[in-house]
Design a binder for this molecule. Structure first.
Ligand code: NDP
Length: 251
């Protein structure tokens, strides 16, 4: 694989892209599935976790619930045996349990934090061990525009998603000297099962607030992940990259 590009002076550059061992959590549906598909198409050795359903063709499927430490350890062992140590981790698995604060139960809070924040911490910690040894790693957390914007009815979800920013930036500082980057991708409203529950009127209302005037596609997100995992993004760490059509500008 070769990546080509032009410098400011018009000079053409090219670098050989490397095939990496990639693990995507939550690769059975939506954004995670699109990321796994794209990374496999780009020539990487890709594994993806699923709880139910299946992963795309050409991707190694590993059954794993990120809230269960034993399943996480088993999944990494399976990926390492098949594809080698994980070099690119995409912590994507996530859920919502939306309701207003006064109605939000401890269970609603705990479930979202356990999956979105603790699950991401658990896979990042496990992935980092061999990355440190190999002095290379790319950790990408899938956050959300609401992590910084806030969202009525999503106190648990927004807290989990902004928690990823503090985690990524701390990892960037802890692990930077070992050649490991940690970044956050913050999607806006992307068409998936998660947003399919929103009514047509609400989608229209949201779209009106998005400068680009439309919801995003899973491909909008997967393209940015491919870039962050690629050789050209080696000097980007601790960044929060919006893929939101301009919705979160200024945050
Ligand atoms: P979907 O609901 O379509 O898919 C969620 C994925 O996460 C599924 O593959 C699901 O697996 C997996 N998952 C959920 N819980 C667990 C768990 N405990 N362990 C392992 N896997 C789990 O969501 P999206 O594709 O829309 O969202 C993907 C990520 O992007 C999430 O983190 C979400 O918060 C974030 N995001 C989404 C936006 C959107 O507009 N869609 C906007 C901003 C951020 P299974 O099906 O097997 O249960």
């Amino acid at each position: 694989m070769t990546e080509t590009g032009a410098t400011e002076t018009g000079e053409t550059t090219s670098r050989t892209a490397v095939s990496r061992s990639v693990l995507v959590t939550g690769g059975s549906r939506g954004i995670g599935r699109a990321i796994a598909e794209r990374m496999a198409r780009a020539g990487h050795k890709v594994a993806a976790t699923y709880r139910s359903g299946s992963v795309p063709h050409g991707v190694l499927g590993v059954q794993c619930d990120v809230t269960d430490p034993t399943q996480v350890e088993a999944a990494f062992a399976q990926v390492e045996a098949a594809n080698g140590p994980v070099e690119v981790l995409v912590a994507n698995a996530g859920i919502t349990r939306d309701t207003l604060l006064m109605r939000m139960s401890d269970e609603d809070w705990d479930a979202v934090i356990a999956t979105n924040l603790t699950g991401a911490f658990r896979v990042a910690r496990r992935a980092a061990r061999p990355m440190i040894r190999n002095r290379f790693g790319r950790i990408i957390f899938i956050s959300s525009v609401v992590g910084q914007l806030g969202s009525a009815g999503q106190v648990n979800y927004a807290a989990s998603k902004s928690g990823l920013v503090g985690m990524a930036r701390s990892l960037a500082r802890e692990l930077g000297s070992r050649g490991i980057t940690a970044n956050v991708l913050a999607p806006g409203f992307i068409e998936t099962d998660m947003t399919a529950e929103l009514g047509e009127d609400l989608v229209k209302k949201y779209a009106e607030q998005i400068p680009l005037g439309r919801m995003g596609s899973v491909d909008d997100v997967s393209g940015t992940v491919e870039f962050l995992a690629g050789e050209s993004a080696g000097y980007i760490t601790g960044a929060v990259i919006p893929v939101d059509g301009g919705l979160g500008m200024g945050h």
